[in-house]
Design a protein around this ligand. Structure first.
Ligand SMILES: Cc1cc2nc3c(=O)[nH]c(=O)nc-3n(C[C@H](O)[C@H](O)[C@H](O)COP(=O)(O)OP(=O)(O)OC[C@H]3O[C@@H](n4cnc5c(N)ncnc54)[C@H](O)[C@@H]3O)c2cc1C
Length: 393
C-alpha cells in the first residue's frame, strides 16, 4: 500500500449483512415515525419527545455501548449507518441521538467501572441523555485556551466558568465538562481536567438557547458554572490530563459527524434526482438537460466518495488501527464539504422551489454548514492531517 498507508490492512472497509439489516430497521423507523414529522421539527424548532421515545424503544440509544453496560453492542460502522439514515431525513434528529457519543465514548474509554455503571447504563436504555461541554465564549478550536476553573478541596472540586454552544443541554442528565485545574505547564495543553456533572449539582445552570441557522430542533445552549460542587469520584481519568482525553474523543466522534454529512448528501441527492425526473421544462424532464444531469452526477460523486471515506474511518476505528485518526479527519472534512456541495446543487436543480422552505431542500444546506464547524472545524481537521503527515515516514 502506498504512502501514507503501509499495509493492505489500512485500506479496507468491513461491512456485512448484519449492518445492512440494521440499516433496514433504522430506515423503517425513519419512514414510519420520523419522516411524517420532519417538517414539524423544522418549523417548531423542537423534536417531539414521543419520537425520541420510539427510538429508545428500538434500542437506538444503546448502539455502540457494550452489552455489559446495558447497550446493544455494535461497532462504529453501525453507529455511522444509524446516524446517516436518521440525517437523511432529519439531521437535527440524528444529532439528538448521536450527541450521547461525546459523553459515552470518553467515559467508556477513560472512566472507572463505577462511572460506567452509573452513567453509561441509563444512557444505553434511553432513560438518560449525555452532553459534552468544552467550548467557551473565548475558546473553541483552541481547546487548551479554556478559562473555566476547578479548585480542589478535600472531597470536592468547585467549578466556575461559562460554556457555550452545548448541544443536547436541555435534555441531558449528565455532562462531561472541562475546566482548568492548573495553569498551563511547559506544555500548554497540560492542566485541564474532565468532570462528570449531573444536572442537579448545586451551582450548575443551563443558560440561554442559541438560535443557529440549522439543526432546527436541536439547538445548543449556554451553561453556567457558578461554584459547582463536584465530588472527586466524578473526575474522568487523571487530573490535568483532560486535553488528551478530549482529543481522543473527537478522533472517534468526528466519524459520526461525517456520517451525519453523508446522510445530508443522500437526502439532497434523492430529492434532486426525483425532482429532475418529474419536473418538465421545454417539453421534457429537466434531467434530459445536460446542465441538470451533470449536477445530479456531481452530487452522487461527492456522496459516494464521502460515504467510502466515512466507512473506511469507521472500519479502522473498529480494528483499533491508529490510521483511524487521519481517516476520521479526512472523512469529516470531506463528507461535510460534500454535503454542502450536494445541498447547494440540489437547491439549484429545484430552481425556485429549492429556496422555498416548505419544500425541505434548503434545510440541508443550513444543516451542512454546521457540520463543517462542530467537532473541530474543517481547518482543524486539515491541521490534524498535516501534523500526522509531518511525522510520517
Ligand atoms: C450547532 C453547534 C453545536 C455545537 N455543539 C457543541 C457541543 O455540544 N459541545 C461543545 O463543546 N462544543 C459544541 N460546539 C462548538 C464547536 O465545537 C465550536 O464552534 C468549534 O470547535 C469552533 O470553535 P469556535 O466557534 O470557538 O471558533 P474559533 O475556534 O474561534 O474559530 C474561528 C475560525 O478560525 C479558524 N481557526 C481557529 N484556529 C485555527 C487554526 N489553528 N488554524 C486554522 N484555522 C483556525 C476556525 O476554523 C474558524 O474558521 C457546537 C457548535 C455549533 C455551531
Amino acid at each position: 500500500m502506498v504512502f501514507p498507508l503501509s499495509s493492505i490492512k489500512d485500506f479496507k472497509i468491513t461491512i456485512g449483512d448484519e449492518h445492512e439489516l440494521f440499516r433496514k430497521t433504522v430506515r423503517k423507523f425513519v419512514e414510519e415515525d420520523l419522516e411524517p414529522i420532519a417538517d414539524k421539527i423544522e418549523k417548531n424548532n423542537e423534536i417531539p419527545m414521543e419520537v425520541l421515545h420510539k427510538a429508545k424503544e428500538l434500542g437506538f440509544m444503546g448502539i455502540g455501548i457494550p452489552e455489559e453496560y446495558g447497550g446493544q453492542g455494535g461497532d462504529n460502522i453501525m453507529m455511522a449507518i444509524m446516524t446517516e439514515e436518521l440525517a437523511r431525513v432529519s439531521p437535527a434528529f440524528a444529532i439528538a441521538v448521536a450527541i450521547n457519543y461525546v459523553f459515552t465514548i470518553p467515559v467508556l474509554l477513560f472512566g472507572t467501572e463505577e462511572q460506567k455503571r452509573k452513567y453509561i447504563t441509563p444512557i444505553a436504555s434511553g432513560k438518560s441523555f449525555g452532553a459534552h461541554a468544552n467550548t467557551e465564549p473565548v475558546a473553541g478550536s483552541d481547546v487548551a485556551g479554556i478559562q473555566s476553573e476547578a479548585k480542589s478541596y478535600r472531597d470536592i472540586y468547585v467549578l466556575t466558568g461559562r460554556k457555550t454552544l452545548i448541544t443536547g443541554a436541555d435534555k441531558a442528565d449528565f455532562f462531561l465538562v472541562s475546566a482548568r485545574t492548573n495553569p498551563p505547564g511547559e506544555k500548554r495543553w497540560w492542566g485541564i481536567t474532565l468532570f462528570i456533572i449531573e444536572k442537579g449539582f448545586e451551582g450548575f445552570k443551563i443558560g440561554q438557547r442559541i438560535n443557529t441557522m440549522g439543526m432546527r430542533g436541536e439547538q445548543p445552549y449556554e451553561l453556567i458554572l457558578d461554584d459547582v460542587k463536584v465530588p472527586k469520584n466524578n473526575v474522568l481519568g487523571d487530573q490535568d490530563e483532560g486535553f488528551k482525553y478530549l482529543l481522543t474523543t473527537y478522533d472517534h466522534t468526528r466519524i459520526a459527524v461525517a456520517a451525519q454529512a453523508v446522510g445530508i448528501a443522500q437526502g439532497a441527492f434523492e430529492k434532486a434526482l426525483k425532482y429532475s425526473r418529474e419536473r418538465h421544462a421545454f417539453g421534457r424532464p429537466i434531467i434530459k438537460f445536460q446542465g441538470v444531469s451533470f449536477k445530479i452526477s456531481d452530487i452522487l460523486m461527492e456522496l459516494e466518495a464521502a460515504r467510502l471515506l466515512t466507512y473506511w474511518a469507521a472500519t479502522l476505528a473498529d480494528a483499533k488501527n491508529q490510521n483511524y485518526i487521519i481517516a476520521s479527519s479526512l472523512a469529516k472534512a470531506y463528507a461535510t464539504e460534500a454535503a454542502e456541495k450536494a445541498a447547494l446543487l440540489s437547491i439549484k436543480v429545484h430552481g425556485g422551489y429549492g429556496v422555498d422552505s416548505e419544500v425541505g431542500v434548503e434545510k440541508y444546506l443550513r444543516d451542512a454548514v454546521i457540520t463543517t464547524i462542530y467537532e473541530g472545524t474543517n481547518d482543524i481537521q486539515r491541521l490534524t492531517i498535516a501534523r500526522i503527515l509531518e511525522k510520517r515516514t
